[in-house]
Design a protein around this ligand. Structure first.
Ligand SMILES: [Zn+2]
Length: 181
């Protein structure tokens, strides 16, 4: 049998260890959820149809991904959405591991925002564009991301995404102006 004080010491030590382990796990989870975002990457769907559920099914069925590969969807009014309506995907809600076409890391440190529409053919509507700007301002503030780290998919990889009618320089300026208010 162990003596009282020594046993108490060991219990206290174990308790301290458990608290430290708990804090470590909590911090790790928090860091993964909130501290890894360095960029916001803008995409377009290259099609004027659909909403989050539509592209979710498309990505699962046609690409074999576990879910939609975007964090936020900015709708254009198709598929019973309101123009400019923003939908949050499971990828964002659950902060599951990033997955995307070629480079997993893009969705791991970058918040993927997609505009519904073919912006290679036409510009977004004013409502949809304003909605995009306000989402970017919110995310930029929350995650301390400067406007110069809001980038178009084509600025990262060989692609036309998010389309020639989305002027990335102007978008960064518009976000910067709102942030300065
Ligand atoms: Zn893209």
């Amino acid at each position: 049998m162990q003596s009282g004080p020594r046993r108490r010491f060991r219990l206290r030590y174990l308790l301290l260890l458990a608290v430290a382990a708990g804090a470590f796990v909590f911090l790790g989870r928090h860091a993964w959820r909130e501290w890894r975002w360095r960029y916001i990457v803008i995409h377009h769907t290259a099609s004027d149809a659909g909403n989050l559920e539509y592209y979710r099914r498309l990505h699962k069925e046609e690409r074999g991904w576990p879910d939609i590969a975007y964090h936020f969807v900015v709708n254009n009014g198709a598929s019973n959405t309101v123009p400019g309506q923003i939908e949050e995907s499971n990828l964002w809600k659950e902060r599951s591991r990033g997955f995307s076409t070629r480079n997993t890391y893009v969705n791991t440190v970058g918040i993927a925002v997609v505009m519904v529409g073919n912006l290679e053919r036409h510009a977004p509507t004013t409502l949809q564009y304003q909605s995009l700007v306000s989402l970017l301002v919110t995310l930029a503030r929350e995650y301390d991301i400067p406007p110069e780290r809001i980038i178009g998919h084509r600025e990262l990889q060989q692609t036309k995404c998010p389309g020639q009618h989305l002027d990335m320089a102007k978008l960064r300026e518009d976000v910067a102006r709102e942030l300065a208010r």
